[in-house]
Design a protein. Structure first.
Length: 322
């Protein structure tokens, strides 16, 4: 049983110059590694929706396919679109690597990313993700990223230190890409699902050519999308916090009522004002509790909506072909 093809899938927004360098570097790295016998095919997703004239320069390359979405999707959703369009051509034993086309996901790390999959060919549900060990961004970006990580950890209880750089087999791609959270964010959905994940330490590299189009607004939107696959975790943690706040408010109310009814002690004015404030917060917390419970219920139901129509009747057993 041998791997048939290695598929490299990259989103690109007017970044053909970087992709051209990336492609050649990947070819060179694999040629000098133990993976030099594996056929290689590149899929580049043109996120300009066909408006990048430089894409025509790739037409003559036999190992490159260009996938063109009908409109701009953003690099996360463009990557998912390219994977779903290409999935019918990918064999279940094929290897898939997703990475950015600008060079920040370094080709030199590719053999280490693929090593766990090569060493365990029967673990078709294994997912390898790059765990960022070092970044090359500006101080402003690093500061914003630091606070984002704190917020993300507080809301979800986990820390995501991976991006688009990931490797897995076609068997897993055909199944996990059906999950609706991939419609929102690729990178965080990878680690939000209950899968066998191996983190491979990888430093983030430098852009090969051109300028990054990531600005504060896009970075903020990307951060919000990263939270969506963890809606259930966020809802449970928020429900616990709001329930605790409501319980504290009720408990304090009972204490004040008990003092007023069963004792002759005077209740200071500030205590009454504080109690009213706590009760207000408690009822707001109760309202948020109910809203989040509805969101949680909806998110769990949505994940199975129409799934039987997408995959057809479930087989009694699932196995790889010989």
């Amino acid at each position: 049983m041998t791997t048939e093809t290695l598929w490299i899938v990259c989103p690109s927004y007017a970044d053909v110059a970087s992709f051209t360098i990336l492609r050649q570097n990947i070819i060179d790295v694999l040629a000098t590694s133990s993976l030099n016998h594996i056929p290689l095919h590149f899929v580049i997703v043109d996120d300009t929706a066909g408006n990048d004239p430089e894409m025509t320069s790739l037409a003559g390359l036999p190992d490159v396919s260009v996938v063109t979405p009908p409109f701009n999707l953003g690099h996360q959703r463009a990557l998912v679109y390219g994977l779903r369009v290409t999935a019918p051509d990918i064999g279940e034993r094929d290897l898939i690597v997703t990475m950015d086309s600008d060079g920040e996901d370094q080709p030199e790390d590719l053999p280490r990313m693929l090593a766990p999959l090569i060493e365990a060919p029967d673990k078709h549900n294994l997912l390898c993700v790059a765990r960022r060990t070092k970044r090359q961004e500006s101080f402003k970006f690093q500061l914003m990223y630091f606070f984002f990580r704190i917020m993300f950890r507080t809301l979800t209880g986990i820390t995501v230190r991976s991006g688009n750089y990931a490797a897995y087999r076609g068997w897993l791609a055909r199944r996990m890409l059906l999950h609706p959270s991939f419609d929102i964010c690729y990178s965080s959905t990878l680690v939000s699902l209950d899968m066998l994940v191996t983190a491979v330490p990888c430093a983030r590299g430098h852009r090969y050519a051109g300028q990054s189009r990531m600005n504060v607004f896009r970075l903020f939107m990307h951060g919000i999308r990263m939270l969506v696959p963890f809606t259930d975790r966020i809802a449970v943690r928020a429900l616990s916090a709001f329930a605790a706040m409501f319980s504290v408010g009720v408990l304090l109310s009972l204490v004040v009522v008990g003092i007023r009814v069963f004792t002759t002690a005077a209740i200071p004015g500030w205590a009454t004002a504080t109690l009213l404030g706590v009760l207000t917060i408690s009822f707001v917390a109760l309202g948020n509790f109910l809203v989040l419970f509805a969101v949680f219920s909806h998110s769990r139901g949505m994940s199975l909506a129409g799934l039987e129509d997408m995959v057809g009747p479930a087989p009694r057993t699932t196995s790889l072909p010989d």
